[in-house]
Design a protein around this ligand. Structure first.
Ligand code: RFL
Ligand code: PHB
Length: 389
């Protein structure tokens, strides 16, 4: 078997890259360890930058997002018992969209099926080989049989725990990491959102976020201890704790109901440099992780896929290596700005075990500044709606 680009991983990065390459007429093949249902079942991101929606439009997969997604023009920051709105559209002229990662993934899978492109799900022992030479290949096992795919390039879109980054020589990678001393406990419920925009709350008991998937379905997060287990968080405990971390009006408006999903995610900032090893490129969470406070993970996966598809288009169309040579530096320049923004939002909004009362007062001063200064609001908004790519 042979293809131009072998893509490892059918998450948002791999599926979007596949469609962007297809639009340029570049043949590609995806290998995914899990089943389609498993991939679709992961409740993760909910917020898309305008640029990400634009990429879905470019590949003809944006119709349902425009019909069902919720366009948001601002967010609210809650602290010291009050909520303050940041008018992002007023500050930048841009908006963001609430549209779940599960829906994005489904739209991308449907586009891939409609284009007749190959995806092998439940591929075991996927392994990239010989990407330091001119004839890379990928092997995997399916139904007990080992398969080989020859290719020009390998795209490692297999997430933080994937095989691609792990296959690059350790001496060629520099890793940067911060693990935060807390996690996010998230629940999904068939209840209307508290407010029509997202509420990010800084509270002495810990951070809380009220977000949504639709006007009938809410997604809420609470900062929790890394030792916590979902079994310790019955629904009524979750709702009680959320109410305590919100301002009075939001707490009064909160409609509770049974959770449909409940999970705990650790928070981490991580970057692997470079994002290219010979004929293998890393894309999305395979190369970098950000804490979800800035809503950047999926959006970075999308901008990486954009940079990489443009670079490969230049390679095939213009017979020029300039694009692929510049990919890592170009992608990392945007990644580091999102890493900085996500770290900053996380630092401003969470309760840190080791910064004491002075840390808490500095956070309040910063939140006061960010919600009073037009310059600060514009800076937050510019990053939140997504820096250009
Ligand atoms: P994914 O989604 O992890 O997909 C990688 C795919 O690769 C497969 N795979 C392999 N396949 C073959 N062989 C192997 N050896 C393989 N190893 C792994 C996996 O099965 C999987 O299908 O990475 P990708 O595509 O880079 O996408 C990244 C995003 O999923 C991630 O950044 C976001 O979910 C982060 N995130 C958010 N991002 C946003 O932009 N906005 C948000 O509002 C937002 N909220 C969130 C989030 C992540 C969260 N959690 C749980 C980490 C909220 C949360 C709670
Ligand atoms: C979500 O809707 O799941 C979401 C939104 C914004 C964030 C994180 C998660 O910052």
């Amino acid at each position: 078997m042979r293809t131009k680009v072998a893509i490892i991983g059918a998450g948002p990065a791999g599926l979007l890259l596949g469609q962007l390459l297809h639009r340029y007429g570049i043949d590609n093949f995806i290998l995914e360890r899990q089943s389609p249902d498993y991939v679709l079942g992961r409740i993760r991101a909910g917020l898309l930058e305008g640029g990400t929606v634009g990429l879905l439009d470019q590949i003809g997969a944006g119709a349902r997002a425009h019909a069902e997604g919720l366009v948001h023009e601002g967010i609210e920051l809650a602290f010291a018992g009050r909520r303050h709105r940041i008018d992002m559209k007023g500050a930048t002229g841009k908006t963001v969209m609430i549209y779940g990662q599960t829906e994005v993934t489904l739209d991308l899978m449907n586009a891939r099926n409609a284009a007749g492109l190959t995806t092998v799900y439940e591929a075991r022992d996927v392994q990239p080989h010989d990407f330091d030479g001119s004839h890379p290949r990928v092997t995997w096992v399916k139904d007990g049989i080992t398969h080989t795919l020859d290719c020009d390039f390998i795209a490692g879109c297999d997430g933080f725990h994937g095989v691609s980054r792990a296959s690059a020589p350790a001496s060629a990678i520099e890793e940067f990491e911060r693990v935060y001393p807390f996690g996010w406990l998230g629940i999904l419920s068939e209840t209307p959102p508290v407010s029509h925009e997202l509420i990010y709350s800084n509270h002495a008991r810990g951070f809380a976020l009220c977000t949504m998937r639709s006007m009938k379905r809410s997604r809420h997060y609470l900062q929790c201890s890394l030792d916590d287990h979902v079994d310790q968080w019955r629904d009524d405990r979750f709702w009680d704790e959320l109410k305590r971390r919100l301002d009075q009006e939001a707490a009064d408006n909160l409609i509770t109901g049974p959770s449909i999903e409940k999970s705990i995610a650790p928070l981490r900032s991580f970057v692997a440099e470079p994002m290219r090893f010979g004929r293998m490129f890393l894309c999305g969470d395979a190369a970098h992780i950000v804490p979800p406070t800035g809503a950047k993970g999926l959006n970075l996966a999308a901008s990486d896929a954009h940079y990489l598809s443009s670079a490969l288009h230049e390679f095939y169309d213009e017979k020029s290596s300039a694009g692929i040579d510049a990919y890592s530096a170009k992608a990392l320049a945007r990644v580091w700005k999102a890493v900085r923004f996500s770290w900053w939002m996380t630092s401003m909004l969470h309760k840190f075990p080791d910064t004491g009362t002075i840390g808490a007062r500095i956070q309040l001063a910063e939140l006061d500044y960010v919600t009073q200064s037009q310059a600060a609001m514009t800076s937050l908004s510019e990053n939140y709606v997504g820096l250009p790519f």
